[in-house]
Design a protein around this ligand. Structure first.
Ligand code: BF8
Ligand code: SF4
Length: 662
């Protein structure tokens, strides 16, 4: 199909060299991508939609509301504030529902694994016992599968629970729990909060934006401290808690002489099964038989993050690269499950040998092949998928892999790893991290999370991270943001020497970590909640998360999940800055979100469209916390001496960092 790209193209602003390389190649010009669609459609948004004041919650509408104009409220009388709040809350509900359905599948897979019905096993027994303690489960003289089964069943019950509180909220600092109690936002059951949120945003129910957002917070907290956290922790127990690993990222991870299979989406159950099946003799023999050297699995988006963190499987591309991965013509199959899979992928491969294989009954698309993943026959499903992909190898036609476009990264920074690496080899604790924040070597912690966005430049995360690390802010990254930072070389330990401020550089060099740490997928933002809680518990940095010198951003957000994540961070006391929010058409609601919410949770939202200014706002927020804690004094700089090196376990961990002796 001919390209419709015009003279001034949206793709001109692409900073990623691999994407640019491919876009300039004849092969990519034969397919239509998001860049073409933006050029064709234009980027100017409807003012009502982008301001959050278009309501279509009933059939008397759609009503476009103009704030302050009496004749332009909804037919039902709904004001701009009500409409914008309802819209915001529905995004939270949708985001929470998405994380919840993902988490439920993981818990069901966990139960099946505990019963011995999957090819997986309970790998992290230490974490199993920790979680058992949180859930009051007896562990003495009990088999790991027996404990896991009880844990899985208790976890599953949290989704449908009607009363009480979600168990994992007990891991938050005590003061945080008291704030939630005071505000009436402690989540009861995950599904209940989503259901109530949908109900309260129905026509003619909750019409008070503060009250609506109370349920918005409760619903979001059910996501962060409920479904997402359950998913992360149980997935870790089943597939292993991530530890530092070397890996590679970007389009160049595809291989000329191997069957390339990319896994795209979010739930790692299938991807883990594919990893196991790809090592089986019969699959390897089949791959050889078609003339390839083997099977090359590579990730896309958050499924990519999951198997990258736990297995070091390479990542071929992030959200904005999903079409590019296929445009190479070198992929035999893209296996997808749920979330962030663009419908266009099936069109990009229409003239190619590539199969798009949908695997989840919830998520089908025209022109794709469906092979349902059955967790009770995980190897059978995985092998059917691999077989289909392998058979495509011989049909591979014209293709182009930007071979030089791959970057080394070190990943695997679960909160346990951060604890272990910054806490020293022999006494894992957050003490040294807190001490380094107090003494000013590390100015604070900045989280860069979330999506990428075709309408904004693809170097936003990079610009923010560079500004932060230059100012000694340690960056923790998840989701596609993490992948974009990895592609730009900030997840190499050497990046600390090259780009970080003196204090952060010393700490990173001593421990052997990059200045930007890959913490995982988007559900793994729950790891950040635990890390922040542990920092509070360690002492010296206040009594709750809102006092910590920390700030978060999801600058290039596109998914509703990012709004749920943002709200659970704000309601947990962490200041959050996005590039924009659909609230500007409602004055009072905007003021509430961007300011007044602070009175309830000690944190609020902020927006800033320029990446460098956004980073500076994050630094300012961190400064204010340091000031309030009384640790912003200029101190004589003490270089890291031998004793400190010993304390920090300066040998580093095998497989990662400058201390790598492997
Ligand atoms: O859950 S960062 S584009 S892939 S929504 Fe989607 Fe956004 Fe990527 Fe992961 Ni998260
Ligand atoms: Fe219009 Fe009210 Fe219906 Fe919304 S709920 S579409 S504002 S009448």
């Amino acid at each position: 199909m001919a390209s419709s790209r015009k003279d001034k193209k949206s793709s001109d602003s692409v900073a990623s060299s691999s994407t640019r390389d491919l876009l300039n190649h004849e092969l990519a010009k034969q397919v239509r991508t998001a860049y073409d669609r933006i050029d064709d459609r234009g980027t100017s948004a409807c003012l009502f939609g982008s301001g959050g004041t278009c309501c279509r919650h009933c059939n008397m509408g759609p009503c476009q509301i103009i704030d302050g104009v009496e004749t332009m409220i909804g037919i039902c009388g709904a004001t701009a504030d009500t409409v914008a709040a309802r819209h915001f809350c529905r995004m939270i509900a949708s985001g929470t529902a998405s994380h919840t359905d993902h988490a439920r599948e993981m818990v069901r897979g966990f139960i099946a694994t505990a019963k011995g019905e999957t090819p997986h096993e309970i790998k992290d027994v230490v974490k199993l016992h920790k979680m058992a303690k949180v859930f009051d489960i007896e562990t003495e003289d009990r088999d790991k599968n027996e404990i896991a089964l009880e844990l899985g069943e208790k976890a599953l019950a949290e989704f449908g629970q009607q009363d009480g509180i979600l168990t994992m909220t007990k891991l938050a600092p005590k003061k945080q729990q008291e704030i939630w109690e005071r505000e009436g936002v402690t989540p009861r059951g995950v599904d209940r909060e989503v259901c109530e949120m949908m109900h309260r945003t129905h026509m003619g129910v909750d019409q008070d934006y503060v009250n609506l957002m109370r349920q918005g917070s409760r619903c979001a907290l059910a996501d962060g401290w409920g479904s997402s956290m359950l998913s992360t922790e149980l997935t870790d127990i089943m597939f292993g808690t991530p530890v530092p690993k070397r890996a590679i990222i970007d389009l160049g991870v595809l291989k000329e002489d191997m069957v390339n299979i990319t896994v795209h989406g979010h739930e790692p159950l299938l991807a883990e099964s594919l990893c196991l099946a790809a090592e089986e003799e019969d699959m390897l023999a089949l791959a050889k038989k078609v003339g390839s050297k083997g099977i090359n699995l590579a990730g896309v988006c958050c499924t990519g993050n999951e198997i990258l963190m736990r297995r070091g499987i390479p990542v071929a591309g992030s959200f904005v690269q999903q079409e590019m991965v296929l445009a190479t013509g070198a992929v035999e199959a893209m296996v997808v499950d749920v979330q962030c899979v663009m419908q266009s992928v099936a069109q990009v491969v229409k003239e190619k040998h590539t199969d798009i294989i949908t695997t989840n009954y919830r998520a089908k698309m025209p022109d794709a092949v469906h092979i349902q993943f059955d967790e009770h026959d995980a190897m059978g499903s995985a092998k059917s998928i691999l077989t289909k992909a392998i058979k495509n190898f011989k049909k591979r036609g014209q293709h182009y892999i930007p071979k030089d476009e791959k970057v080394d990264i070190v990943v695997g920074f679960s909160h346990e790893t951060i604890n272990y690496m910054l806490g020293g080899r022999f006494r894992a604790s957050y003490r040294p991290l807190n001490d380094n924040i107090i003494n000013g070597r590390i100015h604070g912690v900045g989280a860069i999370v979330g999506c990428e966005h075709f309408k904004h430049g693809d170097d936003g995360h990079y610009k923010i991270a560079m500004e932060l690390i230059k100012n000694n802010v340690l960056v923790l990254a998840t989701g596609c943001a993490a992948q974009s930072l990895g592609r730009r070389g900030l997840m190499r330990p050497e990046a600390a020497t090259e780009f970080a401020g003196d204090g952060l550089r010393e700490v990173c060099e001593t421990v052997g970590i990059p200045p930007v740490l890959h913490v995982g997928s988007c559900v793994d933002n729950s790891r950040l909640l635990i890390a922040l809680s542990e920092m509070v518990r360690e002492g010296g940095l206040g009594d709750d998360i809102s006092e910590l010198p920390a700030c978060g951003t999801a600058p290039l957000w596109m998914s509703e999940k990012a709004v749920a994540i943002g709200q659970y961070f704000v309601a947990s006391g962490a200041h959050v800055i996005f590039q924009d929010l659909p609230i500007i058409g409602a004055k009072n609601f905007s003021k509430y979100i961007l300011n007044d919410m602070k009175e309830q949770y000690g944190a609020c939202w902020d927006t800033e469209s320029d990446p460098v200014k956004l980073a500076q706002k994050m630094i300012k927020a961190i400064d204010e916390k340091r000031e309030a804690l009384g640790i912003n004094k200029k101190q004589d700089r003490v270089l890291v001496d031998m004793a400190m090196r010993r304390d920090l376990g300066a040998e580093g961990l095998p497989g990662a960092g400058c201390g790598d002796k492997g």
